[in-house]
Write a protein of this length. Structure first.
Lengths: 404, 404
């Protein structure tokens, strides 16, 4: 019995490790939560007639694509920082905002004061917005606690929201997101290694460990200590690298065989080559550059090297956009990525950045039945029609979980 | 009897000619299609109790603002040019696209072949998207016909869509949008003046006349001929000025007392002063710069001069975004406009650009009952939460016409 048939699409888009194909006049069949057939409508419907499917969606004139995978978010937090955004537009600089009690430490205070239920509720609200814009799997980082108790509560919130929402969540521990007031980076890294990582491992929720390797935050050596300890405790390394200044974080990612190196605005040719050689997935975050009004990362450097470049939202109180569809639009309009490359970067390559490269972000027999129907006559129309969402229907594990 | 009460908002935003105010804990009452009261909830509900209103909307924790006015669109067209967008991202330049049969003349061919019903149907689809992103009034230009018959059909399509859709449309004749193949600008302007303008006036739909004053398209003198003839026939002048090269179009707008001068990326200090002196509304189109990946217009030059700067989408097949909310986001993140200034630019000032400065784009007694409820705790949150829509409910003339 076919559980779901999405039939007669103008195009079915099938990104994978090798590239991206578009099947004109295509159909997808899903059974028991997984894709069982993708191909030309005539071929698929002979085995899976629409009349015999529990649910049949007519995708005539529309594009079918895998659900987006967002491989980098800080989506669990409390408080709103729109007033800081307005202050920045009126000329306040980051230092002034920090001195007036704003910035990341304001979010840390709000998160420390928030109950588990508040964190879960806030996260669920954001997941609704993510889902409506096509995200079916998202990585979510802790990192607004900066102490054992709050970091564990953030991870517990991610775990509970994952249970309660169709969007699948991948939890990342990011205790070393900032240096808490009243200590220094070296001392804080001691605490992360001695207390936070063992507690996180004991809790058993987090899968990855991330660190903000940046001038004035955590050095390459401090980042290495954290990620080495994490890897020894079976937390796969990820890293925020080369965002504002080049510090060597990309080379560290290559040394450690991190799952991904993220941001990479200041990465050099040597950094690109090292990541490529080591098989580290580069994750670019165009929303951050958009809201900071800085240059974008050099996407072409990674694409031209044949690397599986991924895109993510970086959703957080300082980059307040939940939409992977919009990240794809920024990649095209801002970074000048080809729509097909951008689509691969939001699906198959994004899955690779969270070690899910075989199971999600693709439409092939055996992959998860996570897919989107977009109101677009062809793939390129999705980013072409910018600032609005073309996502009409979202399917997760073969079930319709959002419909416009 | 109060027809509609939107009560207990976290903020009611009231832009007008003098600036913009925010009323905390505010309520708006609408009767017979027009606003009758705006103010602190306690004051308004004493005269207009929620129980006595035909429709009451609880806007707790949300922002109420006027419906957006989009003062510059080319929203009636046929065909899709997403393939050209992809080709540009792969490196094709505009000249190559034109030579392969693309660009504006491709849209002209598609529009000439389209029936009135096709044009109306396409426009209605786009108006649905506009409405869902908060636009309650939009200017729409002709200009993909470039001959009498098709220009009149485009204006008739605007008129019919206006009748059939909640979004109010303001029709602009823009025969001089491009020089049709097989003629030259001078000869084509002769035809516009001798044949198109009289036919358009005879048809009686268009209210404004616009011209693409640009190097290689229509010169300042040709634009002057068109707009002088139009003004003599009671079509109010508008102008596309100083977009790619500075030609003097802004000075022409000042000379003629145009309702607006639009684009203005290359405007000089003298141009700004001339527009200010003449009371011409500057209309900035950040979506065009976003999709072309060029610099934005210098919004601060107009804001700092105290001018009523307006924003618009420029929605067209080469700038495919229907969303005024996104235009506001681009103005903030890209042009670094203050959210309050950007909100005034999408409402009261945008209304001024289409000679509706007293009746729409504001929330004050006597203004049209066109308003939005945004899922945002304060005004700045609307652009802060970028790439997604915060518009939850749209009211037109006191009636709920969109609800998320």
């Amino acid at each position: 019995m076919t559980d779901l048939l999405v039939h007669d699409a103008a195009q079915v888009v099938t990104p994978d490790d090798g590239g991206i194909e578009t099947v004109p006049a295509g159909t997808v069949a899903v059974e028991d939560g997984a894709v069982v057939a993708v191909g030309p409508t005539d071929e698929v419907v002979s085995d899976h007639p629409p009349g015999a499917a529990s649910t049949a969606i007519d995708a005539s004139g529309k594009v079918v694509l895998p659900g987006f995978v967002d491989p980098h978010t800080h989506a669990v937090f409390a408080g709103d920082r729109s007033d800081e955004f307005a202050a920045k537009l009126r000329g306040a600089d980051y230092q002034e905002i920090l001195e007036s009690g704003g910035g990341i430490h304001r979010t840390v205070r709000a998160v420390r004061e928030a109950s588990l239920e508040t964190l879960v509720s806030n996260l669920l609200d954001h997941l609704d917005v993510m889902l409506a814009h096509g995200t079916t799997t998202a990585e979510v980082k802790s990192g607004y606690g900066l102490d054992v108790e709050t970091e564990l509560r953030m991870l517990a919130a991610i775990d509970e929201a994952d249970d309660r929402h169709p969007v699948d969540l991948i939890p990342t521990f990011m205790g070393p997101h900032a240096v808490p007031p009243g200590t220094d980076a070296e001392e804080y890294v001691d605490r992360v290694v001695a207390a936070q990582i063992p507690a996180v491992v004991d809790q058993g929720i987090a899968e990855f460990c991330d660190v903000f390797c940046e001038a004035g935050v955590f050095s390459v050596e401090q980042s290495r200590r954290v990620l080495t300890a994490a890897a020894g405790a079976d937390l796969t390394p990820k890293i925020h690298a080369e965002e504002f200044e080049r510090t060597g974080g990309a080379q560290l990612a290559a040394d450690l065989g991190a799952a991904s190196a993220d941001h990479l605005l200041q990465a050099t040719d040597e950094d690109v080559a090292a990541l490529d050689e080591a098989g580290v997935t580069p994750v670019l975050l165009p929303g951050t550059a958009f809201t900071l009004a800085t240059d974008y990362a050099d996407a072409a450097a990674f694409v031209d090297a044949g690397m599986p470049v991924a895109l993510a939202t970086d959703f957080n109180p300082n980059c307040c956009s939940e939409s992977m569809e919009f990240a794809m639009e920024l990649a095209c309009h801002g970074m000048r990525m080809d729509p097909a490359a951008a689509l691969r970067a939001t699906t198959a390559n994004a899955a690779r950045a969270v070690d899910r490269g075989r199971s999600i972000g693709r439409l092939a027999a055996g992959a998860a039945g996570d897919l989107l129907v977009a109101d677009a006559p062809e793939l390129a129309h999705i980013p072409y029609n910018f600032g609005v969402s073309t996502v009409e229907t979202v399917v997760k594990g073969g079930e319709v979980v959002y419909s416009e």
